[in-house]
Design a protein around this ligand. Structure first.
Ligand code: AHR
Length: 666
């Protein structure tokens, strides 16, 4: 991270002045600290280059699952919910909610039928206005879409509206963006067309620029003219999205700040489905958005229009500079298992997905990718065969079919098995084995040592889901983040056998909490990180860094620590020491560093503490920065430092090391 980056980080964390009790006290030689420490510890760090070991570049990444409306109504910036009217199923009449009727039974009739121009998603909305001019209510009659619990419409920003319309008669329809009850129009456009202009399905598109803001806004279509019109595939997207690729900027900047080295997608249970026919299928989620059928994710129980499809995930990984990790269904859902004898077409589907990502732009699937605007192949090097399916019927047989076909066609592809190889030997080949842990805080803290006893040869571990949950975590407590930080320190230490790790789940739309806790909480207009989100920022420099031996001697068993050296983007050599105090006692810490070849550049050194007055404290929309890292300058940094480590805290000491030539001049 550059120093500019550090300053940005400072701003983002909205630094607050902390009470003297919570300031880490650091002195060069046993100075006076205001916080009394009942425990003491010595941390010895060997910073010499010969004793360090490189941490894998991939160590810390993210796991994105379509859960909690993380994608639809989340990072995917589409504002219209049920844009193709398919959410109620393909048999009509169907439920077209959240679209809502404007008008009453005498003035308007609204329902679905199967007249869509799009073959794979046949349902369209039919709106029949039974009134004309003054006989119509002054508000007009028609429908509105409230988005996902309200659309965030911002004054002066551009929004691209696309919809498909057909009518038997001439039309005069006002299409508007309004506030939540429709009483205030923020932008409007009249669609006036003769019957011949719209007798066939016609695509209409234009840009809206609202003249006011609403966080619970809506999109409405109203008329005061008798007639019938149909609508289908209605999309409203903000023009300003992350890297112009359709992702919500505020949410993606939180993710980018973690500097994830990989992106596991599109989910865990979401990939499996409760039933196979409701599982995510990549072929139904590529190509023009209007032609994607969408699907009902029956594990997390909501509809997705699949605007966020396979292509978009690959694009997102590329935009984040993260390696995509594609989790593919291997014919196993929560309740079904395809017999290995019948699995060949699923294996072919997996090979096709790789061709889509990596094939040349004139290959069958590579050409679909190219038609979507990405002629160059994506870098896809990791595939997980299923999610949490080990032990289920036909898993091993199916896995072996996938493994051999993929390795045969793409020998460099790294394959991840669902079967845990910790403490046991796999009965099948794999490059990585998946390891998931959701547990209490004390158990997570203890699991910092779980890989100490792992075999040092064989497949590497991919800790693709970890989190403290249930009462220790609430909706995201400081306590949870402390235990998780200690666990990650254990992974750094064991990064010769653990190569990848990601927290789960990453996102929750506060209006649809299917899983607690989550790292990033949002609604249509606001976002905040839980302490577990901020905890992950302590680890963003670890991938590719050098792990320096760090040993604690203490009368407290509540500590975990590590040290890394790494190069900032502006080529500064940096040393970062992290220490977690899981206990309720302050600790008088002596840090003793040996092997430093360069002196510490004190003005460019600082300490960062994540803590709070109550270990169960959480952030919230009303207090989003209650538990965030607080950064202060590290004065008098020295190879022998003393600090009082606060109870229930994560502390890092970030030290820039002076350039060798500079040191030599001294
Ligand atoms: O992260 C939430 C769920 O937990 C995932 O879908 C699944 O893999 C695990 O059981």
């Amino acid at each position: 991270m550059s120093w500019q980056g550090i300053m940005d980080f400072k701003k983002r964390a909205q630094f607050v002045l902390v009470h003297a009790l919570f300031v880490v006290c650091i002195t060069a030689n046993y100075g006076v600290c205001e916080l009394k420490a009942n425990k003491s510890a010595t941390l010895s760090v060997d910073a010499s280059s010969q004793s360090g070991r490189k941490i894998p570049d991939t160590l810390f990444g993210i796991f994105f699952e379509e859960i909690n409306h993380a994608g639809a109504g989340g990072i995917w910036a589409e504002l219209v919910s049920n844009r193709g009217f398919e959410a109620g199923g393909q048999n009509t009449p169907s439920d077209f909610s959240p679209w809502t009727i404007i008008g009453d039974e005498t003035t308007v009739s609204v329902g679905t039928d199967r007249t869509s121009p799009f073959k794979r998603n046949p349902v369209a909305l039919r709106v029949q206005s039974n009134c004309d001019a003054d006989a119509c209510p002054s508000t007009g009659v028609g429908v509105y879409n409230p988005g996902y619990w309200g659309m965030n419409l911002e004054n002066g920003k551009g929004y691209k509206l696309i919809f498909h319309i057909k009518s038997l008669y001439s039309v005069d329809i006002s299409v508007s963006l309004t506030n939540s009850d429709g009483s205030q129009t923020l932008a409007t456009n009249n669609i006036v067309a003769s019957a011949s202009d719209v007798s066939d399905w016609t695509k209409v598109q234009f840009e809206f620029v609202p003249t006011g803001s609403a966080t619970g806004g809506r999109l409405q279509f109203i008329t005061r003219k008798k007639g019938v019109f149909w609508l289908d595939q209605v999309s409203l997207m903000p023009m300003d999205t992350y890297m112009g690729h359709g992702f919500r900027k505020d949410l993606l900047s939180m993710v980018a700040d973690l500097k994830p080295r990989f992106l596991r997608f599109p989910g865990g249970c979401y990939v499996e489905g409760e039933r196979l026919w409701n599982a995510f299928r990549w072929t139904a989620a590529v190509g023009p958005w209007e032609e994607r059928p969408g699907h009902f994710g029956d594990v997390w129980n909501y509809w997705s229009d699949d605007g966020l499809g396979y292509f978009e995930f690959l694009q997102l990984a590329e935009d984040l500079g993260a390696a995509p990790v594609w989790v593919i269904n291997n014919g196993v859902s929560h309740q079904d298992s395809v017999n290995t004898a019948n699995i060949a077409s699923w294996v072919k589907d997996a090979l096709d997905s790789i061709e889509f990502a990596r094939g040349s732009s004139d290959s069958t699937w590579g050409s679909v990718r190219a038609s979507m605007g990405h002629p160059e192949p994506f870098t896809l090097k990791y595939m997980a065969i299923g999610n949490e399916d080990c032990g289920k019927n036909y898993y091993t047989g199916n896995y072996l079919k996938f493994y051999s076909a993929i390795k045969n066609a793409y020998p460099d592809m790294k394959i991840i098995t669902n079967c845990n190889a910790l403490g046991t030997t796999l009965d099948h080949p794999a490059d990585y084995y998946d390891f998931h842990t959701y547990t209490t805080a004390s158990s997570m803290f203890s699991q910092k040592n779980v890989f100490n006893s792992a075999k040092r040869s064989g497949p590497k571990a991919f800790v693709s889901e970890y989190a403290v949950w249930q009462s220790d975590a609430g909706k995201g407590s400081l306590l949870a983040s402390l235990a998780e930080a200690a666990f990650l320190i254990g992974l750094e230490t064991n990064s010769d056998v653990v190569e990848m790790a990601s927290y789960a789940p990453l996102f929750v739309n506060d209006n649809d909490r299917r899983w607690n806790p989550d790292a990033i909480v949002f609604n249509s207009s606001h976002v905040y990180g839980t302490p577990s989100y901020w905890m992950q920022q302590y680890f963003r420099e670890s991938g590719g860094a050098i792990l320096n031996p760090a040993t604690i001697q203490s009368d407290s068993s509540s500590l975990a620590a590590s040290a890394i050296t790494w190069k900032s983007s502006d080529n500064l050599e940096c040393l970062k020491i992290k220490i977690v105090n899981f206990g309720s006692d302050a600790v008088n810490l002596t840090i003793s560093m040996s092997g430093l070849t360069n002196s510490i550049d004190t003005p460019n050194s600082f300490t960062t503490v994540l803590t709070s007055s109550n270990v169960m404290d959480e952030n919230s929309f009303s207090n989003p920065t209650k538990v965030v890292p607080v950064q202060t300058p590290l004065t008098n940094a020295n190879s022998q430092m003393h600090a009082v480590i606060q109870p229930h805290s994560i502390t890092s000491f970030d030290m820039a090391l002076a350039q060798t030539s500079y040191a030599a001049d001294m």
